[in-house]
Design a protein around this ligand. Sequence first.
Ligand SMILES: [Zn+2]
Length: 312
Amino acid sequence: MSDLKEKHEKRMKLWDASISSHQKWIDENTGVFADEYVEERACPVCNSVDSAFMFNKEGGTYKKCKKCSMVYVSPVFKDKYLNEYYASNHTVQSETVQSDWDFYNSIYAKGLDMAAPYYKSGSILDIGCSAGLFLDLAKTYGFNTFGVELNKAESEIAKKKHKLFECEILDIDKEEMFDLVTMWDVFEHIKDGERMLNDIALKLERGGAVFLQIPSSGSLAARVLQSKCNMFDGLEHVNLYNKQTIYKMAEKCGYEVIGFDTVISEASVVANFMNYEDPYVGTFNSDFLPFKEDYIFQNDLGYKIQVLMRKL
Ligand SMILES: [Zn+2]
């Protein structure tokens, strides 16, 4: 079995575990999350209520803003139930990362390389740092490393290596300020991204920046696979930005984008789909792709966005 196939099968197992936990929230009669748990909302980027229905997925409903092209879940879980869901369904993310270490290490390095022309040292705060594997790498680059992690099992590991805060960002000691705040595969989970970026701005040193890695609803894989794409899980990934909407969000919150790239082509996943196979466990024969993998990156069509934004 190829490495790629093995990797995908491992991820699919975690995916199945996470999706099966949606069942108890779903209304059997409608197939979507029961009314009592969810609430309608406007576009989280431009506040317009003019949206187009995209599809239902695993109980959730995805919509696309007609004004700014943002893709988001609405109705979305109320905070109370979202917290309850996360408390009872915590997948240990560090286990996945550890088993795919080479892959994650190269992705983390890309982020640090994007920041390097502006930020080579100083203090870095990783929000949702898990067991601290990104911070391990950041430390070797010369950063003073800090993390936020609310999950006890993970923070216990991370705090042996880095300074840990087990609280929300605004509850961190007043005197602690940071040059760089990072969020790896976290920001898409946050309903109110605007408030999050505004809160982070209060903890940034003058000239400091935020780095985000987020799934891209403008990626080739998402556009081709649509509802079959793993990006759309129906519950956790509530906000799916593309290049335009993440720029717009940055600007709205007083940031200037100084670095942008996409990573992970998912070319073989798209090729599987084009060959009428399961996109995630097919033969991964890229011959079915009508273009080269490079085309994806040259056109910002990679599966994930990496973006660096400096506070103005
Ligand atoms: Zn919008």
